[in-house]
Design a protein around this ligand. Structure first.
Ligand SMILES: [Zn+2]
Length: 175
């Protein structure tokens, strides 16, 4: 399983999968790193995104909208992460891709633990705006949108107090 491979799930004998709770400092660090890595990806991808790449990204956005409409929480989180992972893949840098894969796994868990209101919605509208800016080759706008998007993700979390993973984490990640 992906989460287990990334070290986010500790398998305890006879107790099944226990999710390791990320602390607040780790949560802040993860979003700081995501902003840095994803700005770099957008910077390199701006003006270099072809039509098939854009179509693949828009397909993910459409599936994300459907999952939101149907209330499929695990799929919403998975597809949100997949959008960002696809940007890294299209960028073509294996080092950025590998680092971001790790950060997205951690982000998904952090979001599930620390998000205290609303829906687990990474934001298909913001994703669509990022794709449009990249296709136009508007680098300044793309960087602004990516930075604002990661900031929105972080701002939706309640990082004022440490949280324990709740039981519904098992449901969310289908453990
Ligand atoms: Zn997103």
């Amino acid at each position: 399983m992906q989460l287990s491979r990334e070290g986010l799930v500790d398998i305890v004998p006879n107790r099944g999968a226990q999710v390791a709770a990320p602390d607040v400092q780790e949560a802040r660090d993860v979003f700081f790193l995501r902003a840095t890595v994803e700005v770099r990806i957008a910077e390199q991808l701006s003006g270099n995104l072809d039509h098939s790449g854009a179509a693949a990204l828009r397909d993910i956005i459409q599936r994300e909208r459907t999952a939101i409409a149907e209330g499929r929480l695990a799929d919403v989180i998975r597809l949100s992460g997949l959008f960002h992972q696809k940007l890294a893949e299209l960028n073509g840098s294996s080092v950025l891709q590998n680092i971001l894969r790790d950060l997205i796994s951690r982000s998904s868990l952090i979001t599930a633990v620390y998000r205290d209101s609303g829906y687990f919605n990474c934001g298909p509208d913001e994703h669509a705006a990022i794709v449009d800016a990249l296709m136009r080759g508007d680098k300044e706008e793309a960087l602004h949108l990516v930075t604002a998007h990661i900031e929105h993700l972080r701002a939706d979390l309640n990082l004022s107090t440490e949280q324990q993973p709740s039981r519904n984490l098992r449901d969310i990640f289908e453990l």
